[in-house]
Ligand binder design. Sequence first.
Ligand SMILES: *[C@@H]1O[C@H](CO)[C@@H](O)[C@H](O)[C@H]1NC(C)=O
Length: 206
Amino acid sequence: MIIPIFFSLSFLVSSTNAADFCVGDLNGPVGPAGYSCKKTVTVNDFVYSGLAATGNTSNLIKAAVTPAFSAQFPGVNGLGISIARLDLAVGGVIPMHTHPGASELILVMHGTLLAGFMSSDSKSVYSKTLNEGDIMVFPRGLLHFQINAGKTQSVAFVSFNSADPGIQIFHLSMFANDLPTGVIAKTTFLDTAQIKKLKGVLGGTG
Ligand SMILES: *[C@@H]1O[C@H](CO)[C@@H](O)[C@H](O)[C@H]1NC(C)=O
């Protein structure tokens, strides 16, 4: 009796360990399911201090997004979760964007944010001023934004139900690449002058 019990227990222990986690090997290939698993793991693979520092908001949007996705924090690889820090200076904005791979939950730590998203049928806007301690969810894939609506620097943390939520910023997709001005004008009904201006600011050509 003893030998079968021993074998079944050791099988349970090893199979549980194998399924516990898959810390990402950033030197290995990455695909839709994430990174392959790192072979040797320590507690430091499950700890990340990159969100402690205030992001640099000296930029066009007066804001900074500091991600702790699987590429920065491989401990979340395969776990379906991640987090990022948002810093917004006075007047700062996280421009209209979507996360193709995840819903988002924001927690305001300091300051006041105006945040919102639009429904996919474009008929409804869900927008509200958020204060310290407030949380709000942004359903997967929907266009959304955050604006510092207060008179102080604001800090928020956004968590995602994906280790790699992805981010597509609307204005960068439209005006920061070589999509021809004529095509943009035709597909957005914007004036050519405005398109050229935005391409100039955001580094687009064509
Ligand atoms: C913040 O970014 C600006 C613009 O890139 C840079 O000039 C400045 O040195 C940065 N500040 C810090 C503290 O890194």
